[in-house]
Design a protein around this ligand. Structure first.
Ligand SMILES: [Zn+2]
Ligand SMILES: [Zn+2]
Length: 282
């Protein structure tokens, strides 16, 4: 095994980053579960079949099965993007460059998330993330592979082009991972006076509501500030709420959820076709 890793630097890098990522994730998970127990949260959500499905997503992403599948695409893109490596942020001190990049990326993430809720072609994939009716920290992993691909490209391609130091990519990804894991936990933290700046578990749970008055807002991924600026910040006084997607049946297995968006889009297209001509109805 060690000989094999010695001969293939990419494989070695993948194994090392996976082990570090898993270690970070397990520590995050333990801290969150300990806080949930301390808060005396309802832990029965961890014993449901749909949480087992979230665990399957966690294995798929955290054990790098997904990374291995998309590696050929990133290996193909990397040398072809060298010409566009403008290094706009390179003259800045690394910490400043990373902060500028982080704010810019989160702004892009906010608008992508809004589009995911507005455009049927994107909602088809993003609805899988909203299908969980009992959120736990594991639910953050419930992302359709196609959504993961475009969100990943949205983070990595600008980092590559703008010249964010490569050694800082991994800490940034871990920061995002910790934030998203915490947001989906059973904790009711709202971050007090910082609730208008950072996305808290209470803020994101409102976004997962099945109630129309609540789910059309709180799109921020790391900063809730964007919602405050663009008028989508939703405050709620509800103490109990139903989570999930109303009006859509989403099956509860990894493979069925992979197929779901394609079936959804095909059935939408079939419904929009004129039965007489077979053409799309105006
Ligand atoms: Zn959403
Ligand atoms: Zn979420």
């Amino acid at each position: 095994m060690l000989e094999l890793l010695g001969r293939h630097p990419y494989l070695r890098e993948l194994v090392i980053s996976t082990l570090i990522g898993l270690g970070v994730y397990v520590v995050c998970a333990l801290v969150i579960v300990a806080a949930e127990l301390r808060q005396q949260s309802d832990m029965s959500a961890y014993r449901t079949r749909s949480t087992l499905n979230d665990l399957a997503y966690a294995v798929f992403y955290r054990c790098s099965i997904y990374n291995i599948l998309v590696m050929p695409l990133f290996s193909f893109l990397s040398p072809r993007l060298q010409f566009a490596r403008i290094g706009l942020l390179s003259p800045l001190p690394p910490l400043v460059a990373v902060t500028v990049y982080w704010i810019a990326i989160d702004f892009l993430n906010y608008w992508t998330h809004r589009l995911e809720h507005a455009l049927p072609a994107l909602w088809a994939f993003h609805s899988v993330h909203h299908a969980q009716t009992r959120l736990t920290f594991l639910s953050a992993n419930r992302i359709h592979a196609v959504e993961q691909l475009y969100i990943g490209l949205l983070m990595i391609v600008p980092a590559f082009l703008l010249g964010v130091p490569q050694r800082l990519w991994l800490p940034l990804l871990f920061l995002q991972l910790f934030s998203e894991t915490l947001q989906h936990s059973r904790l009711n933290w709202s971050f007090g006076s910082m609730h208008g700046l950072f996305v808290s578990p209470a803020f994101h749970k409102i976004h997962h509501s099945a109630d129309e008055r609540e789910y059309n807002g709180n799109y921020g991924r790391f900063f809730s500030l964007w919602d405050a600026i663009f008028g989508t910040f939703v405050r709620s006084s509800m103490t109990t709420r139903q989570h999930g997607v109303s009006g859509m049946i989403i099956p509860e297995t990894l493979t069925a959820q992979f197929v779901h968006p394609f079936r959804y889009l095909m059935s939408r297209r079939a419904r929009s076709l004129d039965p007489a001509t077979g053409q799309a109805q105006p």
